[in-house]
Design a protein around this ligand. Structure first.
Ligand code: NDP
Length: 480
């Protein structure tokens, strides 16, 4: 059975303890590889390597750093099939999704920041005849990058690429639930000629490896994507140490559909925004608000379309819904379906585990589920479920839907469907979220700021925002 290894100081090595954890293929519910059960000793080794590599990497000309990162991007593209298959097996997602979204985006992340660094400039401020200020943007040191399991290589590379591009070195931890593509990335980095110690990947559990990174005194920057509860733990450790923090956390995103929308576009995209990646995308629209005039028509068409989605073998080209990521996650999502029933919800479709035949009989499959009849402020409508479960609710006025949409502790993203431009602007301006899509969903330009408000996060990723985060500004004032 394959044993994944840590990538430390340019080498693939076993965890110091010699202990391993099971890595499960969720589509068949069976262990298929082993991952290092690393601890603070491995993090210490990785941090020493990153500290040693920092002086040279941070002074390496940006053109050279750019070329190496571009080579990583090319190698990801060259290995698209292998990486997509690994992602699908590790996570349970349909292979076609990994091939068209996850892996191409990971390559784009490296390519985007490899080229962005060539155009990244700092400011100068003239004080007429008195003085001139100029601002240096310097790499900070060793950055800790911690990512979740839902879009494994996509989100892992979204942090690592900007951190490395500006000249930092990195100690990174992928989710222990989906470590495989991060492991394959270490092989790619070696082939691309990334100098030793510049990127170090330590596999293992959040409360061991993650906590060791967060609390390490020589890691002054933490970029984290994951749940809000974990985010709070990280703040409580890293805050008093005055670390620089970027937190991309949970969401409970509203999808607002007005009477005057383009019905077919809204319907087709809502199927996608509800259930892509089994609903395990932080940006999925999990609360669907439909205006009264089209509520019944939309509901019926939506339920019909969702009933047609094919659940099954993630490697099958026709599969729309693969497995959810793990047995505990499956149980968590099902517990929310039970909660919804207790809260008076009516299950319009789905609601159950799916037991497939043959080799897939122990896989973690769930029916895409639509729930109606819940109050906007009940727990099902306030807490993040992060699975193939959405609620649908009618509304009458703009004011009413804005009140309901803004009622959760989260504020990550939202979709608004209307053909009325003024209304679109008005609603977008009044939503308490970091991202609004009008008449679309998950259309991304990597230059735009990405992140949420309230308990969906602190700070922004994307574009130059990330390059600002991963550098420290220093102003120099020269008297003339
Ligand atoms: P978790 O918060 O459980 O884990 C995220 C990462 O943090 C994992 O690598 C995890 O390791 C690690 N971790 C866990 N505990 C600690 C700790 N005490 N200290 C440091 N690191 C720790 O999230 P999930 O992996 O379950 O991901 C799902 C969540 O991520 C959802 O809430 C989703 O909304 C959010 N998310 C947010 C996005 C955004 O951009 N805003 C994008 C994608 C997801 P381990 O796996 O071993 O537990």
């Amino acid at each position: 059975m394959l044993k994944i290894r840590n990538y430390i100081n340019g080498e693939l090595i076993a965890p110091i303890s010699g202990n391993y954890l099971d890595n499960i293929n969720p589509s068949i519910g069976k262990v298929y590889s082993l991952i290092p059960d690393s601890d603070e000793n491995d993090v210490q080794l990785a941090t020493q390597a990153a500290l040693a590599a920092f002086p040279t990497w941070s002074k390496t000309p940006k053109e050279k750093r750019s070329r190496i990162l571009q080579k990583i991007a090319f190698l990801i593209e060259d290995n698209l099939d292998k990486l997509a298959e690994a992602e699908s097996i590790d996570n349970g997602k349909p292979l076609k999704l990994a091939k068209t979204v996850d892996i191409p985006r990971a390559a784009s992340n490296f390519n985007f920041y490899a080229t962005a660094i060539l155009h990244f400039a700092s400011e100068s401020h003239s004080m007429e005849d008195t003085a001139i200020n100029y601002t240096l943007r310097e790499p900070i040191g060793v950055c800790g990058c911690i990512s979740p399991w839902n879009l494994p290589l996509y989100l892992f590379s979204w942090k690592i690429a900007p951190a490395l591009a500006v000249g930092n070195t990195v100690v990174a931890k992928p989710s222990e639930i989906t470590p495989m593509t991060a492991y394959l990335l270490s092989e790619i980095c070696m082939e691309a000629g990334l100098p030793k110690g510049v990127l170090n990947i330590v596999h293992g559990l959040g409360h061991k490896v993650g906590a060791a990174i967060t609390s390490h005194p020589d890691i002054p920057v933490i970029s984290f994507t994951g749940g809000t509860v974990t985010g709070k733990q990280i703040i409580s450790t890293a805050g008093p140490m005055f670390k620089k923090l970027s937190l991309e956390l949970g969401g409970k995103n509203p999808n607002i559909i007005f009477d005057d929308c383009n019905f077919e576009d809204a319907l087709r995209t809502t199927v996608h925004s509800s259930f892509a990646n089994q609903g395990q995308i932080c940006l999925c629209g999990s609360r669907i608000f439909v205006q009264k005039g089209i509520y019944e028509k939309f509901k019926k068409a939506f339920v019909d379309k969702v009933k047609d989605l094919k659940i099954g073998n993630p490697f099958d080209e026709n599969t729309n819904i693969g497995a959810v990521v793990s047995q505990p996650h499956l149980e968590k999502v099902l517990s929310y379906v039970e909660l919804a029933k207790q809260e008076g919800g009516k299950i319009l479709c789905g609601g159950n585990r799916v037991l497939l035949d043959g080799k897939f009989s122990e896989g973690y499959y769930l029916q895409p589920t639509i729930i109606e009849g819940l109050a906007f402020n009940c727990r099902t409508n306030q807490e993040e479920i992060f699975g193939p479960v959405v609620t649908i609710m009618p509304f009458e006025t703009e004011e009413e839907v804005l009140m309901m949409a803004n009622s959760t502790k989260y504020g990550l993203a939202s979709s608004v469907w209307t053909e009325n431009l003024k209304k679109a602007h008005r609603v977008a301006a009044n939503l308490h979220v970091g991202i609004v899509w009008v008449n679309t969903w998950l259309l991304r330009d990597l230059r735009t700021p990405f992140g949420g408000v309230k308990q969906s996060g602190v700070g922004r990723e994307g574009g130059f925002e990330a390059l600002h985060f991963f550098t420290e500004p220093k102003n120099i004032c020269i008297k003339l």
